[in-house]
Design a protein around this ligand. Structure first.
Ligand SMILES: [Zn+2]
Length: 489
């Protein structure tokens, strides 16, 4: 009876940092992920992505999949209205009203668009207009979603990632697809519950392998064991966004509302009681200088994180404060710096003797002199992810130049911004992370997938960037956010 059902799939994925000046345009989606029509199936099959997860289940069930568009851009500033409407128009152009029995979407949940209040809600509303009545819609979302009640209401089920660093995209795609099949089969929607908590947490403290998220997720899984509970998701959220729906969200679905409320409220109490465990430990740039006086004694590899310049959180990835310390102290290691000028500026020969550009949100730009051998130089370079993050996904780094100084500091300049969610983005240049003295990573927690196991010393540094782990540095325009922990302390 379930055979011959048709499922419409697609999605839009962007974590928008509204404090970034770098607006997000259609070219940013096209240069990262733009999978359309049959290509969406071809490129997503057998990948650790939400769409890959949808396809596993719909294939198994013998459903017909109607692919549309999945567009994703590396986290950055607000998405222009024109860009968003173009994506929505393209996505729904694949919708044929009479054919569709269910919809599965891969969303992020932290998308912000100019002059469109709730863009993900807007997209689903547009899809709904083109569907027959009562067609179920499920969607996946990132653990960094700033979920709105409106998005929660318009979807029959929302299934969030359970992991950070994110490694369960395919599993959550499987889960969402299975729930969609169940809703189609039973023609029954689950009961649902939404709870927003007034706390702001930062990526550095949201790892689900560490306290307090580890214990929180354990409670989630315990609750999900109950027969009456279908799914519970906790989204700590993304604080670098000046919108009304900030805060940590607990959402759940199940067959009995009273059990669902009881389990979600229990979880809420646990989170509120333990909120102080989300307080990050961060060092200043001066502290780093002091720590590195002991460079010889520090166990290697030393991972220096720069969460303020977190590329995966929408920062530019070209802050050079840490690089300058390494240069000054002639320390060996590896650092990746975003260098958009490589698009026009083509380097020839084996030696680099030039300036690289660093930008700071409050101090403008700065030029840093670099001298060294060019050990890698390629135009339009890309690689396939083979780590646990979005395994199988293609990443386009653009033009790439790798410079090695006399004291073995490798500076990887990339035309496109690259999220350090795997170790392959440095391994492809012949750099073996285990042999490095220092690896600088512009990331909050996601670096742990690639380098967590080899890290012997970790130094988290608070540089001048828009993703600081100190949320008290952020100026929110919504006054009520000041009542959120830790801003109310
Ligand atoms: Zn995320």
């Amino acid at each position: 009876m379930l055979k011959n059902k048709s499922i419409f799939i697609g999605g839009i994925w962007h974590e928008t940092n509204t404090f970034s000046n770098k607006k997000t345009y259609i070219k940013d989606f096209k240069s990262y992920q733009w999978l359309e029509n049959k290509n969406l199936i071809k490129q997503s099959n057998n990948t650790n992505t939400e769409i890959g997860g949808f396809l596993d289940i719909f294939d198994q069930k013998g459903f017909k999949v109607v692919p549309s568009l999945f567009a994703a851009a590396v986290p950055s500033g607000i998405v222009t209205k024109k860009t968003f409407l173009k994506i929505v128009k393209k996505l729904i152009s694949y919708l044929n009203r009479d054919q569709i029995d269910g919809v599965a979407l891969a969303l992020h949940g932290a998308l912000v668009v100019e002059n469109i209040g709730l863009p993900e809600y807007f997209l689903i509303n547009e899809i709904k207009k083109k569907l027959k009545k009562n067609i179920p819609i499920v969607a996946t979302f990132d653990l960094h979603a700033n979920l709105s009640f409106e998005l929660f209401q318009i979807c029959d089920m929302l299934i969030g990632y359970d992991t950070f660093p994110h490694i369960d995209m395919r599993n959550r795609g499987n889960e969402a697809a299975l729930h969609l099949c169940e809703i189609i089969k039973s023609r029954k929607r689950p009961e649902k519950y939404f709870n927003k908590l007034p706390i702001l947490t930062v990526p550095q403290m949201q790892s689900t392998n560490e306290s307090p998220m580890k214990e929180i997720m354990k409670s989630v899984f315990n609750s999900e064991q109950k027969n009456e509970i279908s799914s519970i998701s906790v989204s700590p959220g993304f604080p670098y966004s000046d919108i009304k729906d900030l805060g940590l969200t607990v959402i759940g679905y199940g067959s009995k509302l009273n059990v669902l409320i009881r389990e979600c409220d229990k979880l809420t109490d646990q989170i509120m009681l333990n909120k102080k465990k989300f307080t990050p430990q961060i060092l200043t740039i001066n502290d780093l200088q002091t720590e590195l006086l002991n460079f010889k004694k520090l166990k290697k590899p030393i991972i220096i994180t720069d969460p303020s310049d977190n590329v995966g959180g929408g920062a530019l990835g070209n802050n050079t404060e840490i690089l300058e310390i390494l240069l000054k102290n002639k320390l060996s290691g590896t650092i990746v710096i975003w260098a958009p000028y490589l698009k026009e500026k083509i380097y020839k020969g084996n030696f680099f003797d030039d300036y690289i550009v660093s930008s700071f949100p409050n101090k403008g730009t700065k030029l840093i002199k670099i001298k060294g051998n060019i050990i890698f130089n390629q135009l339009n370079f890309s690689y396939n992810r083979d780590g646990l993050y979005m395994t199988g996904q293609r990443v386009n780094m653009g033009n790439v130049l790798v410079i090695k100084t006399k004291f073995n500091l490798k500076i990887i300049l990339t035309e496109n911004r690259v999220m350090p969610f795997d170790d392959k983005h440095i391994k492809v240049f012949g750099i073996d992370p285990i042999n490095e003295d220092i690896i600088v990573t512009k990331s909050g927690s996601a670096w742990k997938i690639g380098f967590g196991e080899i890290a012997k010393t970790v130094l988290n540094i608070d540089t001048d960037g828009i993703c600081s782990s100190n949320v008290k540095k952020i100026i929110y325009s919504n006054k009520y956010i000041k009542k959120y922990w830790p801003l109310n302390e």
